[in-house]
Design a protein around this ligand. Sequence first.
Ligand SMILES: [Zn+2]
Length: 404
Amino acid sequence: MQQTGIAHPYLDAAREILPEVIALRRRLHRVPEIGLGLPLTQALILEALSGLGLEPVAGVTVGSVVATIEGARPGPTILLRADMDGLPLTEETGLDFASEHDGRMHACGHDTHVAMLMGAARLLIDDRAAWRGRVLLMFQPGEEGFHGARYMLEEGLLEQSGGERPSGAFALHISTLYETGTIDVRPGPMLASGDTLRITVRGRGGHASTPHTAVDPITVAAEIVLALQLMVTRRVDAFDPAVVTIAQVVAGTTTNIIPETAFLAGTMRTVSAARREAVKAEIRRVCDGIAAAHGASVELEIEPGYPVTVNDDAFTALVLAAAREVVGEEQTRLLPAPIMGAEDFSYVLQQVPGAMAFVGARPPDIDPATAPMNHSNRVVFDESAMAAGIATYVGVARRFLSVS
Ligand SMILES: [Zn+2]
Protein backbone atom coordinates (compact mmCIF):
# COMPACT_ATOMS: atom_id res chain seq x y z
CA MET A 1 0.00 0.00 0.00
CA GLN A 2 1.10 3.54 -0.68
CA GLN A 3 -0.45 5.09 2.42
CA THR A 4 1.70 3.16 4.83
CA GLY A 5 0.86 5.57 7.63
CA ILE A 6 -2.76 4.44 7.81
CA ALA A 7 -3.48 1.88 10.48
CA HIS A 8 -6.87 0.67 11.58
CA PRO A 9 -7.70 -2.75 12.99
CA TYR A 10 -9.92 -3.63 10.00
CA LEU A 11 -7.26 -2.49 7.54
CA ASP A 12 -4.55 -4.37 9.41
CA ALA A 13 -6.68 -7.50 9.45
CA ALA A 14 -7.41 -7.09 5.74
CA ARG A 15 -3.71 -6.75 4.96
CA GLU A 16 -3.02 -9.88 6.95
CA ILE A 17 -5.39 -11.99 4.87
CA LEU A 18 -4.45 -10.25 1.60
CA PRO A 19 -2.28 -13.13 0.30
CA GLU A 20 -5.18 -15.56 0.35
CA VAL A 21 -7.53 -12.91 -1.09
CA ILE A 22 -5.06 -12.33 -3.93
CA ALA A 23 -4.80 -16.10 -4.48
CA LEU A 24 -8.59 -16.39 -4.87
CA ARG A 25 -8.66 -13.35 -7.14
CA ARG A 26 -6.00 -14.87 -9.39
CA ARG A 27 -7.82 -18.21 -9.55
CA LEU A 28 -10.91 -16.37 -10.71
CA HIS A 29 -8.91 -14.16 -13.05
CA ARG A 30 -7.60 -17.14 -14.98
CA VAL A 31 -11.07 -18.48 -15.78
CA PRO A 32 -13.40 -15.58 -16.55
CA GLU A 33 -16.97 -16.39 -17.53
CA ILE A 34 -19.55 -14.17 -19.17
CA GLY A 35 -23.27 -13.69 -18.63
CA LEU A 36 -25.79 -15.20 -16.25
CA GLY A 37 -24.53 -18.76 -15.97
CA LEU A 38 -21.00 -18.92 -14.57
CA PRO A 39 -20.49 -22.54 -13.44
CA LEU A 40 -16.76 -22.38 -12.66
CA THR A 41 -16.97 -19.06 -10.86
CA GLN A 42 -20.05 -20.16 -8.96
CA ALA A 43 -18.30 -23.39 -7.90
CA LEU A 44 -15.25 -21.47 -6.64
CA ILE A 45 -17.49 -19.14 -4.62
CA LEU A 46 -19.53 -22.00 -3.15
CA GLU A 47 -16.31 -23.75 -2.16
CA ALA A 48 -14.81 -20.65 -0.57
CA LEU A 49 -17.98 -19.85 1.40
CA SER A 50 -18.28 -23.44 2.62
CA GLY A 51 -14.64 -23.21 3.65
CA LEU A 52 -15.62 -20.27 5.87
CA GLY A 53 -18.24 -22.45 7.56
CA LEU A 54 -21.19 -20.77 5.84
CA GLU A 55 -24.08 -22.47 4.09
CA PRO A 56 -24.17 -20.87 0.67
CA VAL A 57 -27.23 -21.14 -1.55
CA ALA A 58 -26.84 -21.34 -5.32
CA GLY A 59 -29.26 -19.49 -7.59
CA VAL A 60 -31.96 -21.37 -9.48
CA THR A 61 -32.56 -19.26 -12.57
CA VAL A 62 -29.06 -17.72 -12.73
CA GLY A 63 -25.58 -18.69 -11.52
CA SER A 64 -25.71 -16.59 -8.37
CA VAL A 65 -24.72 -17.41 -4.80
CA VAL A 66 -26.01 -15.99 -1.51
CA ALA A 67 -24.95 -16.69 2.04
CA THR A 68 -25.82 -15.27 5.43
CA ILE A 69 -23.53 -14.48 8.34
CA GLU A 70 -25.29 -14.27 11.69
CA GLY A 71 -24.07 -11.88 14.34
CA ALA A 72 -24.05 -12.66 18.04
CA ARG A 73 -27.41 -11.02 18.74
CA PRO A 74 -30.53 -10.26 16.71
CA GLY A 75 -30.49 -7.03 14.73
CA PRO A 76 -30.89 -5.55 11.27
CA THR A 77 -29.64 -7.08 8.03
CA ILE A 78 -27.19 -5.49 5.63
CA LEU A 79 -26.66 -6.73 2.08
CA LEU A 80 -23.13 -6.67 0.66
CA ARG A 81 -22.69 -7.31 -3.04
CA ALA A 82 -19.98 -8.54 -5.38
CA ASP A 83 -20.53 -9.15 -9.07
CA MET A 84 -18.83 -12.12 -10.71
CA ASP A 85 -18.78 -11.84 -14.51
CA GLY A 86 -16.10 -11.02 -17.05
CA LEU A 87 -16.16 -9.36 -20.45
CA PRO A 88 -15.77 -10.52 -24.06
CA LEU A 89 -12.18 -9.34 -24.58
CA THR A 90 -8.86 -11.07 -25.15
CA GLU A 91 -6.49 -10.13 -22.33
CA GLU A 92 -3.25 -8.40 -23.23
CA THR A 93 -1.86 -7.50 -19.82
CA GLY A 94 1.02 -9.96 -19.90
CA LEU A 95 0.27 -10.91 -16.26
CA ASP A 96 1.36 -14.40 -15.29
CA PHE A 97 -2.16 -15.12 -14.04
CA ALA A 98 -3.83 -13.73 -17.18
CA SER A 99 -7.02 -15.24 -18.59
CA GLU A 100 -6.56 -18.72 -20.00
CA HIS A 101 -9.39 -18.13 -22.46
CA ASP A 102 -9.19 -16.00 -25.60
CA GLY A 103 -12.16 -13.70 -25.84
CA ARG A 104 -12.88 -13.65 -22.11
CA MET A 105 -11.33 -11.39 -19.50
CA HIS A 106 -12.02 -10.00 -16.05
CA ALA A 107 -11.49 -6.52 -17.46
CA CYS A 108 -13.85 -4.79 -15.03
CA GLY A 109 -12.30 -6.25 -11.90
CA HIS A 110 -15.31 -8.30 -10.82
CA ASP A 111 -12.83 -11.01 -9.82
CA THR A 112 -11.44 -8.56 -7.25
CA HIS A 113 -14.98 -7.83 -6.04
CA VAL A 114 -15.60 -11.51 -5.31
CA ALA A 115 -12.23 -11.84 -3.56
CA MET A 116 -12.75 -8.67 -1.49
CA LEU A 117 -16.22 -9.72 -0.36
CA MET A 118 -14.90 -13.14 0.54
CA GLY A 119 -12.16 -11.47 2.60
CA ALA A 120 -14.70 -9.23 4.30
CA ALA A 121 -16.86 -12.28 5.05
CA ARG A 122 -13.93 -13.94 6.75
CA LEU A 123 -13.21 -10.92 8.94
CA LEU A 124 -16.88 -10.51 9.84
CA ILE A 125 -17.07 -14.18 10.82
CA ASP A 126 -13.91 -13.87 12.94
CA ASP A 127 -15.50 -10.98 14.83
CA ARG A 128 -19.00 -12.38 14.91
CA ALA A 129 -19.27 -12.09 18.69
CA ALA A 130 -18.84 -8.31 18.45
CA TRP A 131 -21.80 -7.40 16.26
CA ARG A 132 -25.53 -7.96 16.01
CA GLY A 133 -27.83 -8.64 13.09
CA ARG A 134 -27.03 -10.32 9.80
CA VAL A 135 -24.91 -9.85 6.74
CA LEU A 136 -26.40 -11.11 3.48
CA LEU A 137 -23.65 -11.80 0.95
CA MET A 138 -24.80 -11.37 -2.65
CA PHE A 139 -22.64 -12.79 -5.43
CA GLN A 140 -24.28 -11.90 -8.70
CA PRO A 141 -23.63 -12.96 -12.27
CA GLY A 142 -24.46 -10.97 -15.39
CA GLU A 143 -23.68 -7.42 -14.30
CA GLU A 144 -22.28 -6.54 -17.73
CA GLY A 145 -25.60 -5.94 -19.43
CA PHE A 146 -27.42 -9.13 -18.42
CA HIS A 147 -29.50 -7.73 -15.52
CA GLY A 148 -28.19 -10.36 -13.07
CA ALA A 149 -29.23 -8.36 -10.00
CA ARG A 150 -32.79 -8.05 -11.31
CA TYR A 151 -33.04 -11.83 -11.75
CA MET A 152 -31.78 -12.34 -8.20
CA LEU A 153 -34.38 -9.91 -6.85
CA GLU A 154 -37.08 -11.73 -8.81
CA GLU A 155 -35.83 -14.98 -7.30
CA GLY A 156 -36.38 -13.59 -3.78
CA LEU A 157 -32.93 -12.26 -2.91
CA LEU A 158 -34.30 -9.91 -0.25
CA GLU A 159 -36.15 -12.74 1.50
CA GLN A 160 -33.07 -14.97 1.64
CA SER A 161 -31.66 -13.70 4.91
CA GLY A 162 -33.83 -15.71 7.26
CA GLY A 163 -37.02 -13.83 6.49
CA GLU A 164 -35.82 -10.39 7.45
CA ARG A 165 -35.33 -8.04 4.52
CA PRO A 166 -32.07 -6.10 4.44
CA SER A 167 -32.49 -2.49 5.55
CA GLY A 168 -29.18 -1.42 4.04
CA ALA A 169 -27.16 -2.42 0.97
CA PHE A 170 -23.60 -1.72 -0.05
CA ALA A 171 -21.38 -2.51 -3.03
CA LEU A 172 -17.88 -1.55 -4.05
CA HIS A 173 -16.53 -1.19 -7.57
CA ILE A 174 -12.82 -1.24 -8.26
CA SER A 175 -11.51 1.38 -10.70
CA THR A 176 -8.25 2.59 -12.21
CA LEU A 177 -9.74 6.08 -12.45
CA TYR A 178 -8.62 6.64 -8.86
CA GLU A 179 -5.31 6.14 -7.10
CA THR A 180 -4.87 2.96 -5.21
CA GLY A 181 -6.48 2.51 -1.80
CA THR A 182 -8.94 5.42 -2.10
CA ILE A 183 -12.71 5.32 -1.59
CA ASP A 184 -14.93 7.62 -3.67
CA VAL A 185 -18.65 7.99 -3.07
CA ARG A 186 -21.41 10.58 -3.31
CA PRO A 187 -25.00 10.91 -2.13
CA GLY A 188 -27.74 10.89 -4.77
CA PRO A 189 -27.03 9.80 -8.33
CA MET A 190 -23.79 7.81 -8.47
CA LEU A 191 -24.06 6.19 -11.88
CA ALA A 192 -26.24 6.84 -14.89
CA SER A 193 -29.10 5.00 -16.51
CA GLY A 194 -28.03 3.39 -19.77
CA ASP A 195 -30.54 2.58 -22.50
CA THR A 196 -29.82 1.33 -26.02
CA LEU A 197 -31.24 3.09 -29.06
CA ARG A 198 -31.92 1.45 -32.41
CA ILE A 199 -33.34 3.62 -35.17
CA THR A 200 -34.30 2.35 -38.60
CA VAL A 201 -35.11 5.02 -41.18
CA ARG A 202 -37.20 3.74 -44.05
CA GLY A 203 -37.18 5.64 -47.33
CA ARG A 204 -37.60 4.44 -50.90
CA GLY A 205 -34.61 3.15 -52.76
CA GLY A 206 -33.59 4.34 -56.21
CA HIS A 207 -30.81 5.54 -58.48
CA ALA A 208 -28.25 7.79 -56.85
CA SER A 209 -28.36 10.13 -59.89
CA THR A 210 -32.07 10.89 -59.45
CA PRO A 211 -32.66 11.32 -55.71
CA HIS A 212 -35.91 13.23 -56.36
CA THR A 213 -37.51 9.97 -57.52
CA ALA A 214 -36.51 8.20 -54.31
CA VAL A 215 -36.74 8.95 -50.59
CA ASP A 216 -33.16 8.98 -49.35
CA PRO A 217 -32.96 7.43 -45.84
CA ILE A 218 -29.28 8.40 -45.47
CA THR A 219 -29.84 12.16 -45.48
CA VAL A 220 -32.76 11.71 -43.06
CA ALA A 221 -30.61 9.56 -40.77
CA ALA A 222 -27.79 12.11 -40.91
CA GLU A 223 -30.23 14.86 -39.90
CA ILE A 224 -31.47 12.72 -37.01
CA VAL A 225 -27.90 12.16 -35.76
CA LEU A 226 -27.28 15.90 -35.56
CA ALA A 227 -30.77 16.79 -34.35
CA LEU A 228 -30.35 14.45 -31.37
CA GLN A 229 -27.26 16.40 -30.32
CA LEU A 230 -29.14 19.67 -30.78
CA MET A 231 -32.00 18.27 -28.70
CA VAL A 232 -29.62 17.47 -25.85
CA THR A 233 -28.28 21.04 -25.77
CA ARG A 234 -31.67 22.77 -26.19
CA ARG A 235 -34.11 20.51 -24.33
CA VAL A 236 -32.06 19.18 -21.41
CA ASP A 237 -31.30 21.12 -18.22
CA ALA A 238 -27.51 21.31 -17.86
CA PHE A 239 -27.90 20.47 -14.16
CA ASP A 240 -29.93 17.32 -14.85
CA PRO A 241 -27.91 16.18 -17.83
CA ALA A 242 -28.19 13.56 -20.52
CA VAL A 243 -25.79 12.02 -23.00
CA VAL A 244 -27.04 10.71 -26.33
CA THR A 245 -24.45 9.07 -28.58
CA ILE A 246 -25.09 7.46 -31.94
CA ALA A 247 -22.25 4.99 -32.13
CA GLN A 248 -23.26 2.98 -35.17
CA VAL A 249 -24.38 4.11 -38.64
CA VAL A 250 -25.13 1.49 -41.27
CA ALA A 251 -26.57 2.13 -44.73
CA GLY A 252 -26.06 1.46 -48.40
CA THR A 253 -24.23 -1.06 -50.54
CA THR A 254 -22.43 0.92 -53.24
CA THR A 255 -21.92 4.38 -54.76
CA ASN A 256 -24.83 4.62 -57.19
CA ILE A 257 -27.77 3.27 -55.22
CA ILE A 258 -30.00 5.04 -52.75
CA PRO A 259 -30.86 2.32 -50.25
CA GLU A 260 -34.25 1.58 -48.77
CA THR A 261 -33.16 1.94 -45.17
CA ALA A 262 -30.53 3.45 -42.91
CA PHE A 263 -29.80 2.14 -39.44
CA LEU A 264 -28.53 4.05 -36.42
CA ALA A 265 -27.71 2.71 -32.97
CA GLY A 266 -26.29 4.14 -29.79
CA THR A 267 -26.84 4.82 -26.14
CA MET A 268 -28.62 7.35 -23.92
CA ARG A 269 -27.51 8.13 -20.38
CA THR A 270 -29.21 10.17 -17.68
CA VAL A 271 -28.81 10.67 -13.94
CA SER A 272 -32.48 10.97 -12.96
CA ALA A 273 -35.54 8.87 -13.64
CA ALA A 274 -37.50 11.95 -14.74
CA ARG A 275 -34.82 12.98 -17.24
CA ARG A 276 -34.64 9.44 -18.55
CA GLU A 277 -38.36 9.45 -19.44
CA ALA A 278 -38.22 12.97 -20.87
CA VAL A 279 -35.25 12.19 -23.12
CA LYS A 280 -36.94 9.04 -24.43
CA ALA A 281 -39.92 11.16 -25.45
CA GLU A 282 -37.69 13.81 -27.05
CA ILE A 283 -35.80 11.19 -29.08
CA ARG A 284 -39.07 9.81 -30.35
CA ARG A 285 -40.28 13.28 -31.31
CA VAL A 286 -37.04 14.14 -33.14
CA CYS A 287 -37.04 10.86 -35.07
CA ASP A 288 -40.72 10.99 -36.03
CA GLY A 289 -40.61 14.70 -36.88
CA ILE A 290 -37.54 14.57 -39.10
CA ALA A 291 -38.67 11.43 -40.89
CA ALA A 292 -42.10 12.97 -41.52
CA ALA A 293 -40.57 16.20 -42.79
CA HIS A 294 -38.84 14.26 -45.58
CA GLY A 295 -41.53 11.71 -46.39
CA ALA A 296 -39.68 8.84 -44.73
CA SER A 297 -40.77 6.68 -41.84
CA VAL A 298 -38.85 5.65 -38.78
CA GLU A 299 -38.87 2.79 -36.31
CA LEU A 300 -37.38 3.61 -32.94
CA GLU A 301 -36.55 0.93 -30.41
CA ILE A 302 -35.34 1.96 -26.97
CA GLU A 303 -34.12 -1.15 -25.18
CA PRO A 304 -34.24 -0.50 -21.45
CA GLY A 305 -30.87 -0.84 -19.74
CA TYR A 306 -30.07 -0.24 -16.10
CA PRO A 307 -31.82 2.47 -14.07
CA VAL A 308 -29.94 5.34 -12.43
CA THR A 309 -27.87 4.14 -9.45
CA VAL A 310 -29.01 6.37 -6.61
CA ASN A 311 -27.15 6.40 -3.29
CA ASP A 312 -29.24 7.02 -0.18
CA ASP A 313 -28.14 10.21 1.62
CA ALA A 314 -28.04 8.79 5.15
CA PHE A 315 -26.40 5.55 4.08
CA THR A 316 -23.78 7.48 2.09
CA ALA A 317 -22.97 9.51 5.20
CA LEU A 318 -22.42 6.22 7.01
CA VAL A 319 -20.14 4.97 4.20
CA LEU A 320 -18.12 8.20 4.31
CA ALA A 321 -17.75 7.97 8.08
CA ALA A 322 -16.74 4.30 7.90
CA ALA A 323 -14.23 4.88 5.09
CA ARG A 324 -12.68 7.88 6.82
CA GLU A 325 -12.19 5.74 9.86
CA VAL A 326 -10.74 2.65 8.19
CA VAL A 327 -8.80 3.94 5.17
CA GLY A 328 -8.23 7.49 6.37
CA GLU A 329 -9.49 11.02 5.83
CA GLU A 330 -7.27 11.73 2.83
CA GLN A 331 -8.07 8.49 1.07
CA THR A 332 -11.84 9.08 1.36
CA ARG A 333 -13.33 11.50 -1.12
CA LEU A 334 -16.71 12.90 -2.02
CA LEU A 335 -17.13 12.27 -5.74
CA PRO A 336 -18.06 15.65 -7.29
CA ALA A 337 -20.32 14.27 -10.04
CA PRO A 338 -21.91 11.00 -11.09
CA ILE A 339 -20.11 8.65 -13.48
CA MET A 340 -21.99 8.12 -16.75
CA GLY A 341 -21.46 4.35 -16.70
CA ALA A 342 -24.39 2.18 -15.58
CA GLU A 343 -24.62 -0.54 -12.96
CA ASP A 344 -27.31 -3.06 -12.11
CA PHE A 345 -26.83 -2.65 -8.35
CA SER A 346 -29.29 0.16 -9.15
CA TYR A 347 -32.07 -2.45 -9.00
CA VAL A 348 -31.11 -3.32 -5.42
CA LEU A 349 -30.90 0.35 -4.45
CA GLN A 350 -34.43 0.88 -5.82
CA GLN A 351 -35.65 -1.46 -3.08
CA VAL A 352 -33.15 -1.04 -0.24
CA PRO A 353 -31.56 2.22 0.91
CA GLY A 354 -27.84 1.87 0.40
CA ALA A 355 -24.87 3.00 -1.63
CA MET A 356 -22.22 2.03 -4.08
CA ALA A 357 -18.66 3.34 -3.80
CA PHE A 358 -15.50 3.11 -5.86
CA VAL A 359 -12.27 1.68 -4.56
CA GLY A 360 -9.31 3.13 -6.44
CA ALA A 361 -6.76 0.63 -7.75
CA ARG A 362 -4.59 2.49 -10.24
CA PRO A 363 -1.09 1.07 -9.91
CA PRO A 364 1.18 3.79 -8.47
CA ASP A 365 3.77 3.41 -11.24
CA ILE A 366 1.31 4.14 -14.07
CA ASP A 367 0.67 7.61 -15.51
CA PRO A 368 -2.94 8.57 -14.63
CA ALA A 369 -3.34 10.18 -18.06
CA THR A 370 -2.70 6.96 -19.95
CA ALA A 371 -3.60 4.26 -17.39
CA PRO A 372 -5.74 1.60 -19.10
CA MET A 373 -9.28 1.89 -17.76
CA ASN A 374 -11.83 -0.70 -16.68
CA HIS A 375 -13.02 -2.57 -19.80
CA SER A 376 -9.61 -2.21 -21.51
CA ASN A 377 -7.91 -5.50 -22.33
CA ARG A 378 -4.71 -4.02 -20.86
CA VAL A 379 -6.22 -2.89 -17.54
CA VAL A 380 -4.20 -3.85 -14.45
CA PHE A 381 -5.57 -3.34 -10.95
CA ASP A 382 -3.26 -2.83 -7.99
CA GLU A 383 -4.12 -5.82 -5.84
CA SER A 384 -3.02 -4.11 -2.63
CA ALA A 385 -6.10 -1.86 -3.00
CA MET A 386 -8.21 -4.88 -2.12
CA ALA A 387 -7.19 -4.40 1.52
CA ALA A 388 -8.88 -0.98 1.49
CA GLY A 389 -11.94 -2.57 -0.15
CA ILE A 390 -12.17 -5.37 2.40
CA ALA A 391 -11.74 -2.96 5.30
CA THR A 392 -14.43 -0.68 3.85
CA TYR A 393 -16.91 -3.53 3.45
CA VAL A 394 -16.24 -4.52 7.06
CA GLY A 395 -16.30 -0.93 8.32
CA VAL A 396 -19.62 -0.17 6.62
CA ALA A 397 -21.22 -3.41 7.84
CA ARG A 398 -19.98 -3.02 11.40
CA ARG A 399 -21.09 0.60 11.59
CA PHE A 400 -24.50 -0.25 10.15
CA LEU A 401 -24.99 -3.18 12.49
CA SER A 402 -24.04 -1.18 15.54
CA VAL A 403 -25.94 2.08 15.04
CA SER A 404 -29.17 1.15 13.25
ZN1 LIG B 1 -17.99 -3.54 -13.56
